[in-house]
Write a protein that binds this ligand. Structure first.
Ligand code: HEM
Length: 411
């Protein structure tokens, strides 16, 4: 049995810009020192795909480490600190199970299939508006897609988007460990909180007479006592936040990657089934999310003792490039014989609740984008976002040949 402190571990400065710019080379260097663990400023990071998968299921020993990060940012007693402590992701055990059970049937692939035409129409309208320019910031363009889809799923007017977008952008930087962001985070939570309370009050005052949307479903389970009003408000804010820059960043990372793989991109315009494989390979190649866990009960994993209080990061976003788990990890190949193994949506009890929303909108989005934005080229500088929290690309200027949509494909 080994104590954590006895291990010889590489140090990874995950909050440094050079890590965000190329985490893969640094992860390889860390694996050369120890096969599955490295040190960080806040604790440890798992560097091996298989170890992260095995570790995350120890829900009884590990709990969500978001409140520790919020504390690290000095957020105790603030609005944002309260939102972090109260939201579904920070809950454990019975409370988490109750919330998940109350709502998981609203997020199944079957439920989402019915929303695909709405997703196609949403991206088609955005493309109609933006593509005649022939040149734009792809990140800015695509940011309107997930937020419009979420508004439509909840029956909210898309007029609110300009008001919400900046707040959602701010929340996406919440876990970048930058304390100076705290006032912005508190203001953002206030704006989103006002918005979801108004949304609920408006629906309660004017119930829909036909058709049930996600908001009706959530109000029904709240009325049945499966969650209380405060849990509902917190969940609504979380859904907007969780679905916004994760999906936006995957689509932006996908565009950046596919500029370098033009044959793959061109085929996406013709072949909707291929879009699913390209999406999965993109998320193996890189994706935005990581999980933080806090050791709640002393435990032993792979002969190493983890004391209570240890913070561990599972960087799902980059583990798909671990050469000990994936053959030829640095080759982008949607047709991998072994499939496209990725854990972009996490694993274990907190696995992404909205993964089928995300997959449906990314697949539908990619298929139509590839039809309308032909021969995309990078047209200006872009940057990597901070790695901890929600990683991705900030600003992706592209130019392209605008084209009409191919005939409507039914699938
Ligand atoms: C490509 C887009 C997305 C990615 C990469 C992503 C990634 C993740 C990851 C890694 C987790 C697990 C966090 C952890 O265990 O620490 C998670 C949780 C979650 N995600 Fe997503 N997500 C995406 C889109 C969405 C969307 C569209 C929604 C809502 C419609 C959503 C709602 C949630 C919720 C509610 C949780 C918390 C689940 C729980 O704690 O039980 N996500 N997501």
């Amino acid at each position: 049995m080994l104590q954590l402190s006895e291990l010889d571990l590489h140090y990874l400065g995950v909050e440094q810009q050079d890590f965000a710019n190329d985490p893969f080379v640094q992860m390889d260097a860390a694996r050369a020192v120890h096969p599955w663990l490295a040190k960080t400023s806040f604790g440890y990071i798992v560097t091996q795909y298989r170890a992260a998968r095995e570790l995350i299921v120890h829900e009884d020993k590990l709990r969500m480490g978001l409140t520790e990060i919020a504390d690290h940012m000095g957020a105790q007693g603030t609005l944002w600190g309260k939102f972090i402590a109260d939201n579904i992701e920070s809950q454990t055990g019975e409370t988490h199970k109750r919330l998940r059970n109350a709502i998981s049937s609203f997020f199944t692939p079957g439920k989402l299939k019915a929303h695909r035409p709405m997703m196609r129409q949403t991206i088609a309208e955005l493309l109609d508006e933006w593509t005649p320019r022939g040149k734009f910031d792809f990140e800015e363009f695509i940011s309107f897609f997930p937020i419009s889809v979420m508004c439509k799923l909840l029956g909210a007017s898309t007029d609110v988007i300009p008001r919400l977008r900046d707040s959602l952008e701010a929340l996406g930087l919440a876990f970048s460990m930058d304390r100076s962001l705290l006032p912005l985070l508190n203001d953002s939570v206030r704006i989103l909180d006002d918005f979801v309370r108004d949304l609920v009050a408006e629906r309660q005052a004017n119930p829909r007479t036909e058709g049930q949307d996600l908001l009706d479903d959530l109000l029904r389970v709240t009325a049945e006592g499966k969650m209380d009003d405060e849990e509902l408000f917190s969940l609504l804010i979380f859904l907007f936040g969780a679905g916004y820059d994760t999906s936006k960043n995957v689509l932006t990372m996908m565009m950046k990657t596919l500029v370098d793989w033009p044959e793959v991109y061109a085929r996406c315009a013709e072949d909707p089934a291929y879009c699913r494989r390209v999406m999965n390979e993109t998320m193996r190649w890189h994706s935005p999310g990581s999980s933080m866990r806090h050791v709640d009960q002393h435990f032993t994993f792979r002969d190493v003792e983890f004391p209570v209080g240890t913070v561990i990061m599972m960087p799902w976003s980059i583990l798909g490039r671990d050469g000990t788990a994936v053959p030829d990890p640095d080759v982008f190949n949607p047709d991998r014989p072994e499939g496209n193994p990725h854990m972009a949506f996490g694993a274990g009890p907190h696995i992404c609740l909205g993964q089928f929303v995300a997959k449906a909108q990314i697949e539908e989005g990619l298929h139509l984008i590839a039809q309308r934005i032909r021969n995309p080229r990078i047209a200006g500088p872009w940057q990597w976002r901070p790695f901890p929290g929600v990683w991705g690309i900030r600003g992706l200027p592209i130019e392209f040949d605008p084209a009409p949509a191919l005939a409507e494909v039914t699938h």
